[in-house]
Design a protein around this ligand. Structure first.
Ligand code: SF4
Length: 192
């Protein structure tokens, strides 16, 4: 499609303004640990493809992070990780057009103890979720509302409330059902 390309240099800023929490967590974990496990690479990689990151940029983005780990040099990156990135863009294997995961898929995923790629509203414990919300400067009253929704198992409504809190009360059309929909509607609101 003819969607504008999103340069990887803008991801730090976009992750703060327009990412849902699942993707903020992927981005922050990758920046901090220079690594994501397979499930996270799939989840975040397909999200990035769908927001408009080109294959060349995606390879550069993942390579720059992963090769900061002493045990991963460029050669190892190319052998072990580049294939899957190209695969996600339909350039290897079945050349299928892989679609990014929906909220329902992410929420119902069963995670291993070291996996990071869940829905924070569903998979995080209350303390961790609450302190992350407060760090994003979300007001106490909104944080409380989000925590109440989570307690009742309304994860996507909690995410919708998170969107509202970050966009001056503007609600996403039809609630949140997909991380890329969250992103696109956020960009639409911010562009005015
Ligand atoms: Fe991500 Fe969906 Fe969970 Fe929001 S509700 S954090 S978009 S998986």
């Amino acid at each position: 499609d003819d969607k504008a390309h999103v340069p990887i240099e803008s991801l730090d800023s976009l992750s703060k303004t327009s990412y849902p929490m699942c993707m903020q967590h992927m981005h922050n974990t990758l920046r901090k640990e220079h690594h994501l496990r397979h499930g996270g690479r799939q989840l975040y990689g397909l999200f990035l493809k769908a927001i408009g990151v080109t294959l060349d940029d995606a390879l550069r983005f993942w390579r720059e992070e992963f090769t900061q780990k002493p045990e991963i040099d460029h050669d190892k990156f190319d052998k072990q990780y580049a294939y899957n990135i190209r695969h996600n863009y339909g350039k290897e294997g079945k050349r299928a057009n892989y679609t990014p995961h929906s909220c329902m898929k992410i929420i119902t995923e069963s995670l291993g103890t070291q996996d990071q790629h869940g829905c924070p509203f569903k998979h995080w414990d209350a303390n961790k979720l609450k302190s992350s919300l407060l760090q994003q400067n979300i007001q106490q009253i909104d944080v409380q509302e989000i925590m109440d929704l989570v307690k009742d198992g309304h994860y996507q409504l909690a995410c919708t409330k998170h969107f509202e809190a970050k966009h001056n009360g503007v609600a996403p059309d039809g609630g949140v059902n997909h991380p890329n929909q969250y992103f696109e509607q956020s960009q639409a609101v911010l562009r005015g």
